[in-house]
Design a protein around this ligand. Structure first.
Ligand code: MN
Length: 419
């Protein structure tokens, strides 16, 4: 599919993130108005609440866009998502007859504030990248036992916290926690010194299900994708994770990018999961390509210094797709809800330059990373900013995700000090 040309001239830049082919869904506000739903087009945001109020856009009997979340639109289902996309493409295409009705409702992105794009119902994070699991397993258990015996059969996950999911631009405070290092005889309560990011993609579940679903049904339930940083305190994680997995190590914050890139926009970029090393049980079989070719990058930027790109990888490196993860999530009868967020798991590639966490990039702190300004990093220092970017590159256009940014601010002096 080529670039769809728009009368919004900035949307026709082949390297721009938000062409007419993309139309990602966000929630924005301006100085004088409440947060409401919009889509990105070029360097503008189209105010869908205003278009709905003017009668130019109508999805349901009641208004659905004049709210600070996309959940109501999601709940209308995949046919309505497609109808919305089709209508917006008509309204924004070059030569559109309704251009005069639409143009007054474009808001410059530069002057708008972006908010959480949807109400997170629940959050589950997976461990589905082969390279990441192999790297981490090698560090903790040795190369012989790197992959747990279930790994090639089950998309491993844990139930995370929706309450600490935040939008890009929100500062993240370094957590305190219980840690016990290799040289400690007893555990200590201290600020995390091995605070890390994880480069992930988040799948946004758009429709509910109360029964086990197939991989094909699961794929149809996914509304879209966001960039996701699963902040991880490795020293807390190392002490607490056996036998039930991560708990406080991952509960501080999870940052997502503000634009939900729809599944429809990503269709041209579908690609298959890698060959199966052992056959999966039939309920996990994929009916077609379920991953996407999305180039991903991570920048680390100390305060007052230039950013350094420390990782480049691709979502196509995953072993399990979001559709497989979602199908597996329902096998027990676990109900899924519109607004559920599924983290892909850390997306590392085969080479050192493709690793999606500092734990892997610095090999547990043994091989500190040199940044552009000469600073060394094993883990995140106070006032460092981590920036995730993602883009699918098509024939003369780019489906961009925008940025997923978070700055780590210093730990409290003592969280239990009397106030
Ligand atoms: Mn993770």
């Amino acid at each position: 599919m080529p670039l769809l040309r728009s009368w919004v001239v900035s949307a026709n830049d082949p390297a721009g993130s938000f062409p007419l082919n993309n139309l990602p869904c966000g929630v924005f506000s301006t100085d004088d108005e409440e947060p409401r739903c919009g889509v990105a087009i070029g360097d503008q945001i189209l105010d869908l609440a205003a278009l709905e109020q003017e009668g130019v856009l109508r999805l349901a009997d009641d208004p659905v866009f004049d709210v600070p979340f996309w959940n109501e639109v999601m709940e209308l289902g995949p046919q309505t998502w497609q109808a919305l996309r089709d209508r917006l493409i008509v309204l924004l295409s070059e030569g559109a007859t309704e251009r005069a009705e639409v143009a007054p409702h474009l808001v410059p992105m530069a002057g708008a504030r972006l908010h959480m794009p949807f109400l997170i119902a629940e959050y589950t994070d997976f461990y589905a990248g082969r390279h990441h699991a192999t790297n981490v397993g090698t560090m903790f258990r040795g190369a012989e036992n790197a992959l747990p015996p279930n790994w090639l059969h089950i998309p491993i996950g844990y139930n995370g916290r929706a309450s600490s999911v935040v939008v890009s631009g929100t500062d993240v405070r370094r957590p305190w926690g219980q840690v016990k290092g290799a040289n400690d005889t007893v555990p200590r309560f201290a600020p995390s010194r091995r605070f890390d990011f994880e480069l992930e993609l988040g799948a946004v579940v758009g429709t509910a299900s109360a029964r086990p679903v197939t991989v094909s049904e699961a794929d149809a339930m996914i509304f879209g994708y966001v960039l996701l940083n699963d902040w991880s305190a490795r020293d807390i994680q190392g002490w607490e994770y056996q036998p039930l997995g991560p708990f406080q190590a991952k509960a501080t914050a999870t940052t997502i990018s503000p634009w939900i890139v729809t599944r429809a926009a990503l269709e041209p970029f579908r690609t298959a999961t890698p060959p199966r090393e052992v056959a999966l049980l039939p309920y996990l079989a994929e009916p077609g390509p379920m991953l996407y070719d999305i180039a991903l990058e991570v920048d680390l930027q100390p305060e007052g210094a230039a950013p350094t790109t420390i990782s480049r990888t691709n979502y196509a490196e995953m072993y399990y797709s979001a559709a497989q993860q979602l199908a597996h999530h329902t096998t027990s009868g676990c109900p899924m809800t519109a607004g559920d967020l599924l983290g892909s798991g850390t997306i590392s590639g085969p080479e050192k330059a493709n690793r999606g966490s500092l734990l892997e990039l610095s090999w547990g702190g043994k091989e500190p990373l040199a940044l552009a300004g000469g600073d060394l990093r094993s883990f995140i220092e106070d006032n460092d900013t981590v920036i995730l970017r993602g883009a699918a590159r098509g024939d003369g256009y780019t489906i961009g995700f925008g940025e997923c940014v978070g700055k780590v601010i210093p730990a409290l002096t003592d969280p239990y000090a009397p106030s």
